[in-house]
Design a protein around this ligand. Structure first.
Ligand code: CA
Length: 228
């Protein structure tokens, strides 16, 4: 069971997050300030910290910097009220693993927590580890994909899409973002291309492409790898 520290001075928000994480069977500890969080982290081993930026005393940026320096294996999800703040987080390269913007819903937060924990656990265990999900096996190094033990032939773009989605189960990827990640700057067309490639990919990896169990369509937004 993963242990999560919630650092948030606003009691209703802190309690709301705590209740929902406990419901998901996470072990939860809480801190009302950055100072309390840092002193708590000296005694307790925590897998992930949900860190509000606006805190009394030392702020979330400072806490993030401190955790990164002293506890490099602890994952951090930053919480902010405004999307502009995230430019700062990313710009300063504080090393947060992900972020959520208030107001966020529980589903989004849980999905990000799962995704970050999966990612960080994998990184600390063995880098470039094979992803195994149901009957699928994806090797990021050899770029080989197997379904029920049989090789699945994918084009480089299909493989890029597959790996991008499968690496972050539950995370929604907008079509534009997939274009950015998988196609880089070489592509000038429209996002329909993503749909075409997803369709081909589904035909290769899904038992029933019209009822996909791996790649879900998020209507009006994009795609996500289904959380099992
Ligand atoms: Ca706050």
């Amino acid at each position: 069971m993963s242990k999560i520290l919630i650092v948030e001075d606003e009691k209703p928000i802190r309690e709301f997050i705590a209740i929902n994480l406990k419901r998901e069977k996470y072990e939860v500890v809480e801190a009302v300030s950055g100072e309390e969080a840092l002193s708590l982290l000296k005694d307790e081993e925590v897998d992930l910290v949900i860190l509000d930026i606006m805190l009394p005393g030392i702020d979330g940026y400072e806490v993030c910097r401190n955790i990164r320096e002293n506890l490099p294996d602890t994952a951090i999800i930053m919480v902010t009220a405004k999307s502009q703040d995230m430019d700062k987080v990313i710009g300063l390269e504080l090393g947060a693993d992900d972020y959520v913007i208030k107001p966020f819903n529980t589903y989004e937060l849980i999905a990000r927590i799962r995704s970050v924990l999966r990612r960080t656990k994998k990184t600390s265990a063995l880098k470039s580890q094979t992803i195994i999900d149901g009957s699928l096996k994806i090797n990021p190094v050899s770029q080989m994909v197997y379904k029920n033990g049989n090789v699945v032939e994918l084009t480089p773009k299909e493989f890029g899409l597959l790996l991008t989605l499968a690496k972050s189960p539950g995370e929604v990827f907008e079509r534009n973002r997939l274009l950015d990640i998988v196609w880089d700057e070489e592509y000038f067309g429209d996002t329909k291309t993503v749909d075409v490639h997803i369709r081909r990919l589904r035909e290769k990896i899904e038992d029933n492409p019209s009822q996909p169990v791996y790649i879900e369509t998020v209507w009006g937004v994009g795609y996500r790898w289904r959380l099992k």
